[in-house]
Design a protein around this ligand. Sequence first.
Ligand SMILES: CC(C)(COP(=O)(O)OP(=O)(O)OC[C@H]1O[C@@H](n2cnc3c(N)ncnc32)[C@H](O)[C@@H]1OP(=O)(O)O)[C@@H](O)C(=O)NCCC(=O)NCCS
Length: 188
Amino acid sequence: MSRYEEIDFAALPVRRLNPLQMPSHAGFRPRRGEFGTYWKQGKIARECTASICACWYLDVDGVLAAYITLISDRLLVESPLLEAEKVRYRSFPAIKIGLLAADQRAKGAGTALMKWAFRYIACELCPRVGARFVTVDALFDPDNDYDVAGYYEKFGFVFADPSGVPREGEQFRTMFFDLKPLLDALDT
Ligand SMILES: CC(C)(COP(=O)(O)OP(=O)(O)OC[C@H]1O[C@@H](n2cnc3c(N)ncnc32)[C@H](O)[C@@H]1OP(=O)(O)O)[C@@H](O)C(=O)NCCC(=O)NCCS
């Protein structure tokens, strides 16, 4: 039986990564191998130490099950998204989901981190700094039959470029989520 069976990931504590005290990554196997490599080869720890990102994770008995990184970002769009609110910019402050990965056997661990991130951003970050959107560069790798956009769509993310066509040479499509309804709901 896998160590992840019958685990309610939504009930586990989300821990902030301390690069000096990493959890074990023994057997950590996300669906895309590079996301395991980023962790194992120290990229995430280095970037946390350099304040390039902040990382949180879920573990089961001290072993990594899933991780997420958050980064400050700027959402660029063609049309003035907030025209109805008389805000006419095409560039908006945002928080980006930099990396997100879950062990393939830890079903729902990524979703638990996504839900935690929405709450964290809305309750802890937005009251302190302007950030209207959550962004993500959704991995798109048709050569290997991999497209994660549908996953983010389920949370309500939409493509920044409505055509959904990646830019030349890019293996991702930028998506965004408008935090306003969530912020309004928290306000009431
Ligand atoms: C994306 C990822 C973190 C999701 O982890 P998770 O939330 O634990 O995923 P689960 O396997 O429990 O799936 C949750 C739901 O999302 C759906 N889903 C998973 N990957 C999907 C995809 N690529 N497109 C559409 N839906 C997807 C599942 O079918 C499931 O749907 P259901 O709740 O209706 O059954 C994980 O698949 C992963 O690590 N992928 C490799 C790394 C990656 O692509 N990261 C994102 C880069 S931008």
